[in-house]
Design a protein around this ligand. Structure first.
Ligand SMILES: Cc1cc2nc3c(=O)[nH]c(=O)nc-3n(C[C@H](O)[C@H](O)[C@H](O)COP(=O)(O)O)c2cc1C
Length: 492
């Protein structure tokens, strides 16, 4: 991209984001992969690699060159750091590893929430998004290379990395969220599956009560910061567009949807607006979810009466398919949750918290580890219970583990070693029943209410035995470092 091209791009343009990521060497290109399973499989193979790149798919069979799909956008510390504007430029990102990312994120989510009101959206009249418009009866979502991601998926899911805008019918307050969307009726419509309780689902339910339909706009291609803000629990009452403005330090430009009056990010590649209608329900799913399972069965879900689809020439979809972790956005969830859980514990006034890690293997929710420096009897158990039930981790947590400060909570080998050697299971595992679960839980019996239970595991050395607990049999770290230097040839 030339400087002039970069300047012409609206804020939240995915093209500007890609241009910067390409500079860091973290963007791969794939030509010719089929939208039906092949593209999803290539993305999945990539997530399993140690340092997965973002992948931009082009020349998708059956579609014109230029109609592209991006996956893996937030799958590395450097890309996520760039996306959340935690660094000034590529040079600043080079040292950003997992720990540095979470350290840079600490305190940010609450600061962004506090500053969101200073960044109301900025209405504009024009954007590259308006290069092409298709009206209701002519809409065909299969005109875009929408993937079928996994073999047992019930169809093609256009909404994975999407940003769905809804509003409160009484106050007009706007919400942005990320919910799965399946193409239905040969491309004429799509279902939106927001889980009850999510702010977007609450808005939709209120509109349904009043009018039997709910206005909605959806962006399918944008700077992945909207995937993070739409897909993360932003406090109720704060618009994710204003929150995004606080991250960027600039007001987000939006077009006003003429059929719905709702905002559409002007930086979008591809967006629609319409009315979600109860009476247009279509059978939806199954869809491989972030737990790694096809948990919920196929069932009717409200579908859209699409008024209009807008798209740029050569538009790019942002894909973010879940699945058995590591999946497309599990790293993002891990980093965000790890910072938010640590922030919450510190804000609660608990001392001695060193680090938290919400493991990717548990989709960033199911298995959370916190390391602490024990200061008093009961301290470890207090931290463990607060972690398991604090708002940042309460939804669908299954295991909350606390470890001493010599254990790196992000290192599963160390965590399992601590659990294996510093617990007496009869005494150190508390089980809390009837906690906040989900219909997505593969352990939930069909038709049962979505409670779960959770184990709180105190894998810290017993406080009363801290002084006399057996010493760890390993060399002094400083001595190890000096030996490693002296014997580097032998060790290489
Ligand atoms: C890629 C991605 C896909 C998601 N899919 C869904 C989904 O299908 N349904 C849902 O309710 N939540 C889904 N989520 C989680 C919600 O986006 C998340 O809980 C968000 O905070 C909801 O926002 P809201 O409470 O403002 O509605 C997804 C998140 C991401 C990142």
């Amino acid at each position: 991209m030339t400087d002039a091209e970069r300047r012409a791009e609206p804020l939240l343009s995915l093209r500007t984001w890609l241009d910067r990521v390409a500079e860091t060497g973290e963007l791969g290109h794939v030509s010719g992969a089929h939208w039906d399973l092949e593209l999803g499989a290539i993305a999945e193979l990539s997530y399993r690699r140690p340092r997965p790149k973002a992948l931009l798919f082009d020349e998708i069979p059956g579609y014109d060159k230029g109609l592209r799909v991006l996956t893996g956008s937030t799958g590395s510390s450097r890309r996520l750091g760039h996306t959340l504007r935690l660094a000034d430029g590529p040079a600043d990102l080079s040292g950003m590893d997992d720990a540095a990312l979470v350290a840079a994120l600490r305190g940010k989510p609450s600061q962004w929430a506090a500053r969101a009101a200073d960044f109301p959206v900025l209405e504009v009249n024009d954007a590259p998004l308006l290069e092409n418009t298709v009206e209701g009866p002519d809409v065909d979502l299969t005109a875009f290379p929408v993937p079928r991601w996994h073999g047992l998926d019930g169809g093609r899911f256009i909404g994975t990395g999407c940003f769905v805008v809804t509003s409160d019918p009484e106050t007009g307050a706007v919400n942005g969220g990320c919910y799965r969307m399946q193409i239905q009726n040969d491309g004429r419509t799509a279902t939106i599956n927001a889980v009850p309780g999510k702010h977007g689902a609450q808005n939709i339910a209120r509109w349904f009560e009043r009018e039997g339909r709910a206005p909605v706009t959806v962006s399918f291609g944008h700077d992945p910061v909207l995937l993070v803000t739409g897909g993360t629990e932003v406090p109720a009452g704060i618009s994710e567009l204003d929150y995004t403005g606080a991250i960027l330090g600039e007001r987000v430009p939006v077009l006003r949807g003429t059929a719905t009056g709702l905002p559409i990010p002007a930086g979008s590649e591809f967006a629609l607006e319409g009315w979600l209608r109860q009476d247009l329900a279509c059978d939806e799913g199954p869809f491989g979810e972030w737990t790694g399972y096809y948990s919920a069965s196929r069932r009717p879900v409200p579908a859209l009466d699409i008024a209009r689809v807008h798209f740029r020439n050569d538009c790019i979809q942002l894909g973010a398919p879940p699945g058995k972790p590591p999946h497309d956005y599990s790293y993002m969830r891990t980093a965000m949750k790890s910072a938010m859980i640590q922030d919450e514990l510190v804000r609660a006034g608990v001392q001695g918290i060193n680090a938290a890690w919400a493991h990717e293997a548990g989709g960033g929710r199911l298995f959370v580890v916190v390391s602490l420096t024990q200061r008093y009897a009961g301290h470890a158990r207090q931290v463990a219970h607060l972690t398991a039930q604090g708002p940042a981790a309460a939804y669908m947590n299954r295991y909350a583990v606390v470890v001493d400060d010599d254990i790196d909570p992000s290192n599963l080998e160390e965590v399992v070693w601590a659990m294996s050697t510093r617990t007496d299971p009869a005494r150190d595992i508390d089980v809390i029943d009837r906690t906040w679960g989900s219909k997505l839980d593969p352990m939930l019996e069909e038709g049962a209410p979505p409670f779960n239970s959770r184990a709180v595991i105190d894998a810290c050395r017993p406080f009363e035995r801290l002084a006399g607990f057996p010493e760890v049999s390993q060399s002094d770290p400083a001595f190890l470092r000096s030996v490693a230097e002296k014997w580097c040839d032998a060790l290489s």
